[in-house]
Design a protein around this ligand. Sequence first.
Ligand SMILES: NC(=O)c1ccc[n+]([C@@H]2O[C@H](COP(=O)([O-])OP(=O)(O)OC[C@H]3O[C@@H](n4cnc5c(N)ncnc54)[C@H](OP(=O)(O)O)[C@@H]3O)[C@@H](O)[C@H]2O)c1
Length: 214
Amino acid sequence: MKIGIIGAGNVGTGIGKHLAAKGHQIFLSFSKTPEALEKARNIVGGGALSGSVEQAIAFGDVVILATPWGVTIETVRSVGDGLSGKVLWDTTNPLKPDMSGLQIGTDTSGGEKVAKAAPGALVVKAIAPFAEVLHSPSTIIAGTKPGVFVCGDHTNARKTIVQLVNDLDAEGVNAGPLSLARYTEPLGMLSVQLAYMNGFGARIGSALIRDMPV
Ligand SMILES: NC(=O)c1ccc[n+]([C@@H]2O[C@H](COP(=O)([O-])OP(=O)(O)OC[C@H]3O[C@@H](n4cnc5c(N)ncnc54)[C@H](OP(=O)(O)O)[C@@H]3O)[C@@H](O)[C@H]2O)c1
């Protein structure tokens, strides 16, 4: 699959690296300097391309949004209706800049704000495992794949992202509508708190346990 990525930092390169290794074609965009973008392209490997946000969107069957929350909405708005009809995988978490809490929730969510900023895009919210997990030799933590809760209002787009999450060697959980991002974003915040403030370290994750696959 052709994947455009907006945000070539820890998460953008971490996801890009796994997906490139699984044979997906990657186009990276959105760094502050060309040097940073080139470095990101080398981290991803697999013949990844790079260029402007508009080029990444035009390239991708799926576009991944991996930007700091503070620049996310303006970045999405800057492309006008360019995202219309695209599957947009929102990996962002609306953290306060000092990571002390969430900027919004739980009567709405970052995912829903992104969907409002990109009318026509098929927005799917799925917060990836920690970048430290994506960039370590194995994503498996204590014998278990980290779970990623996948939320979106378009069934086929949601299924596509579940498959891409599985290609990270994580477990995509087909959770339901985009409004469930109101609860997955606080779960992400809990992980941030445990990892960085409470001393658990960043090789942690959440997983859904169940008797039967759904
Ligand atoms: N890190 C994690 O473990 C993790 C886990 C789950 C979710 N998330 C969420 O994923 C998102 C991305 O996190 P991250 O850790 O990948 O962030 P990051 O490493 O800081 O990467 C952000 C990317 O956006 C670019 N960027 C930022 N401001 C820009 C601007 N004004 N103009 C152009 N480019 C700009 C950065 O470019 P430069 O490199 O040039 O600065 C970088 O490529 C965040 O919303 C975060 O909450 C992160």
